[in-house]
Ligand binder design. Structure first.
Ligand code: TYM
Length: 331
C-alpha cells in the first residue's frame, strides 16, 4: 500500500483547476491507499489573510473537499495548523535548505513579482513547509497539478539530503502523481494558461458558482475572430476553451466543435453555450452538496477533530524518530 498525501491552500473557493488537477485523484485513491488530505492554512499566511477571513476560508475548503467525495472515515482529512508537529519538522528541514535553491524556485520568483511589497520569509521557505507536509507522513505519492512539480522535486531533495546527512535511510522519495498520465494544467478563461485563485474574476470557474455566473463567465471568455484557414493551429485562448471542454464534455461534443473549427465553420457563441451547460452539469451536484454540508457545523467539527487526531498520530511518530536520528536525547 502506498502512502498518499496532498493539500490545498485555504485562499478561496476551489475551482475547476483544483478539481481536475488534484481532487479528482484524491477521490480515486482514497479506497486503495493510506491517504492524507489537508487544508494548507499555514501556507495561506504568506498572503496575509485577515483574522476575520481565515476561519471561513478554511471551512470553505473543508466543505468542498467533503462535497467532492472525500470520505473522512476512510482518508485522513485534516487542517494543517491542527498538527503542530508539521511546524517542528519544517524548522528541522529548514536547517538543510539553502538560500540559493529557495530563491531559484519558480513559484517564489513569481510571487515576488506579484507581491513586491510582501516578499516574506514564509514565501521563500514555502517549499520547505510543503516538504514537511509530505515527509511527516512519509508519503510517496502526491496527487497534484503540473504547477507543483518543482515543489515535489524540492521535497525529494530535502528528504534525500536529510537521509545523507544523518546516514539514515529514513524518508522515502515523494513523486507527483496522476495515475500514470501527465500532470494536468487547466487553463483560465481569460486566455492565460492557468486557472488560478488569484488571477482575477474572469479567469476561474469555481465549484460553488451559480449557473448564471458560470454562463456569464464562459460567454465572456477570450476568443478571437475565428479560424481563416482549414486545420489551422489553435491560438492559446481557443486551445484553452477546448482543453476545458475536454474535461467536462463528452468526447463527441469535443470532436464536433473540433471538426467545425477545422472547417472554419465554428461559431464560438455555440461552443461557449455548450461548454457552459456542460460545466453546470458537472458542478451542480457539487454545489448542492457544498450548501448542504456547509450548513452542518456539528458534522464539520467532528470531521476536523477526527482528522486532527489521526494526522497527529502519524506525524508525532515521525517527529519523534527524526529527533532521535538528529541526536536529541531526553535528560
Ligand atoms: P494550490 O492551493 O495552489 O492548489 C491546490 C491543487 O490544485 C492544483 N491546481 C491545478 N491543477 C491543474 N490546473 C490548474 N489550473 C490548477 N490550479 C491549481 C495544484 O497543482 C494543487 O495540486 N502548494 C500547494 C498546497 C500544498 C501541498 C502540500 C500540495 C501545501 N503543502 C503538500 C501537496 C502536498 C498549493 O499551493 O496548491
Amino acid at each position: 500500500m502506498e502512502t498518499v498525501l496532498s493539500g490545498i491552500r485555504s485562499t478561496g473557493n476551489l475551482h475547476l483547476g483544483n478539481y481536475f488537477g488534484a481532487i479528482k485523484n484524491f477521490i480515486k485513491m482514497q479506497h486503495e491507499h493510506r491517504c492524507f488530505f489537508f487544508i494548507a492554512d499555514y501556507h495561506s499566511l504568506t498572503t496575509h489573510p485577515t483574522p476575520a477571513d481565515l476561519h471561513q476560508n478554511v471551512k470553505q475548503v473543508l466543505v468542498e473537499y467533503l462535497a467532492a467525495g472525500i470520505d473522512p472515515e476512510i482518508a485522513t482529512l485534516y487542517i494543517q495548523s491542527d498538527v503542530p508537529e508539521v511546524a517542528e519538522l519544517y524548522l528541522l528541514l529548514g536547517m538543510n535548505a539553502y538560500m540559493g535553491e529557495l530563491e531559484r524556485c519558480t513559484t517564489f520568483k513569481e510571487k515576488a513579482r506579484k507581491q513586491p511589497d510582501n516578499i516574506n520569509a514564509g514565501l521563500l521557505t514555502y517549499p520547505v513547509l510543503m516538504a514537511a507536509d509530505i515527509l511527516i507522513h512519509k508519503a510517496n505519492k502526491v496527487p497534484v497539478g503540473k504547477d507543483q512539480e518543482q515543489h515535489l522535486e524540492m521535497a525529494r531533495t530535502f528528504g534525500n539530503r536529510f537521509n545523507r546527512l544523518y546516514k539514515a535511510d529514513y524518508f522515502p522519495e515523494p513523486y507527483a502523481f496522476n495515475f500514470g498520465s501527465d500532470l494536468v494544467k487547466i487553463p483560465g478563461l481569460d486566455g492565460s494558461t492557468k486557472m488560478g485563485k488569484s488571477e482575477g474574476e474572469a479567469n476561474a470557474i469555481y465549484l460553488a458558482d451559480e449557473p448564471s455566473v458560470i454562463r456569464k463567465k464562459v460567454m465572456r471568455a477570450v476568443t478571437d475572430s475565428g479560424p481563416v484557414e482549414m486545420n489551422q493551429v489553435k491560438p492559446q485562448p481557443i486551445e484553452n476553451l477546448f482543453n476545458i471542454m475536454k474535461v467536462v464534455s463528452s468526447e463527441d461534443t469535443v470532436k464536433h466543435f473540433d471538426e467545425l473549427y477545422n472547417k472554419c465553420e465554428i461559431r464560438y457563441g455555440d461552443m461557449k453555450k455548450q461548454l457552459a451547460e456542460d460545466i453546470i452539469g458537472f458542478t451542480s451536484p457539487l454545489r448542492e452538496r457544498i450548501v448542504e454540508i456547509g450548513a452542518d457545523n456539528a458534522y464539520l467539527s467532528r470531521v476536523a477533530k477526527m482528522g486532527a487526531e489521526k494526522a497527529r498520530e502519524s506525524a508525532s511518530k515521525t517527529v519523534k524518530e527524526v529527533r532521535e536520528i538528529i541526536g536529541f536525547k531526553p535528560f
